[in-house]
Design a protein around this ligand. Sequence first.
Ligand SMILES: Cc1cc2nc3c(=O)[nH]c(=O)nc-3n(C[C@H](O)[C@H](O)[C@H](O)COP(=O)(O)OP(=O)(O)OC[C@H]3O[C@@H](n4cnc5c(N)ncnc54)[C@H](O)[C@@H]3O)c2cc1C
Length: 481
Amino acid sequence: MPRDFLQGCKEYYDVVVIGSGLAGMTVANILGRAGHSVLLLEQHYKLGGLATWFRRPGSHIFDISLHGFPAGMLKSCKRYWNDEIASNIVQLKNIRFDNPMFSLTTTFNREDFTKLLTGRFGVPEENVRQFFDTARGMNFYDDQRMTTRELFDKFFPGREDVIRLLMEPITYANGSTLEDPAITYGIVFSNFMAKGVYIYEGGTDDLVTKMHAELQRNGVDARVRCEVSKIVVDRNSVKAVVVNSRTIRCGTVVSNSNLNATIFNMVGQEQFDAQFVEQARAVRLNNSSTQVYMALREGEEIDESTGDLLFSSTAPLFRTDLLLSRQITSRTFSFYYPRTRPHGKRRFAVVSSTNARYEDWANLDEQEYETSKQDLIETTLDALGKYVPGIRDKVEHVEAATPRTFQHYTKHLLGASFGTKFEGLAVSRALPQQISGLYHAGSVGIIMSGWLGAINYGVIVANDVDQRMMRAGQSAADTSS
Ligand SMILES: Cc1cc2nc3c(=O)[nH]c(=O)nc-3n(C[C@H](O)[C@H](O)[C@H](O)COP(=O)(O)OP(=O)(O)OC[C@H]3O[C@@H](n4cnc5c(N)ncnc54)[C@H](O)[C@@H]3O)c2cc1C
């Protein structure tokens, strides 16, 4: 008989959270801590969503999306998770760029960037100051018509090298491009510039294990291998979810699944206004990624001066189409030293990431797909050889992931690494006005994406849900008194 992953579940929960990405887990944790009954349902066999890892023989552990996030993670983890988790968040001090226009090392904060821009790049101090202040002052309610390219042209006209320095890491960090609204750049860039780039020491496996323990302490009923197929709606109100062929009733649903999948697959467009459906259909998904995971055999080491994060490119200029092309010219290398996992065996690993389009990989037949993956591995090892001499003799394990891999494991349509584009945020926020008790929290709109964005969006939605339940409790009390 197949195992029942819902064994012991209750008939009714105040809140069902669909998906255990960082946003989903954060919503569940806050609401559980506030005393609500919460069921967290994850279709995969482990929690974490894109914040995940995998093991390979030889004591190798690879992180998928643990490359860097802004310092704000410290505060968010301290407040909405616990001190133990927050205490593992440390700064990456050695960020490198290497491309035909420049090679440099930076701590990636305002102070160091100001020094670089005014000194090495010779930009007038006033332009640099005004640029930083403008980016810092941007918020969600600003004019959304100005593009990132227009923002750069205003302060650094004709300076392709400066654009590359300022843009390349952010494109990597959230998939945004020069053609996206400037605020999607300004907010994320300023978050990083405040204090630099941070990482979780201990690895994603340690983080998610600690988050799971905290969820349990807060009474959250977390289940894996539980795929929600339907959100049951009656008279514009959420009633239940259908999961592994069982119906579980609930007062509120927070979907951490892909926004489009939530609206069109789990709820069904017939439940929404025609105008909302049109708006939702127009939401574009973000691009996807390819990654190559490389682990060094025992005894082989990489010198820490190689860097923590290395933005490498052989393209003469920074261009979105070059960044997304299958003819890869830009790779971001993340170096994992033994300090990333202080309690594990002494191992070194490198993960190479490149933005990619789903359609370039989706329609390959199996043989073409395998050949293309092998080609990705070979060209990546060649590229890494420049920074780690003799890498081919040092690696023990190499494998690649493509947009198809990300779609397979997370169910993100088109394998989107950062959810939807900017316009997804308004649709996500409007869900509860369409269907009472239906919310979405997860990577949307570039700002609410990445590890920090996803957690912070989870916080916002948890507060909305908590207030709704307090109001419902209040009106029930008023009616009975
Ligand atoms: C290659 C790569 C590198 C990245 N690097 C970084 C980085 O360096 N820094 C950074 O900040 N961010 C990075 N990101 C982005 C970051 O990982 C994501 O933005 C963030 O983790 C997304 O969190 P989320 O809450 O939106 O949910 P997700 O992680 O997308 O999780 C959604 C969850 O919902 C589950 N689910 C979906 N449908 C169902 C269903 N029907 N029933 C049950 N469960 C369901 C999925 O299995 C999944 O677990 C990277 C992403 C990728 C792909």
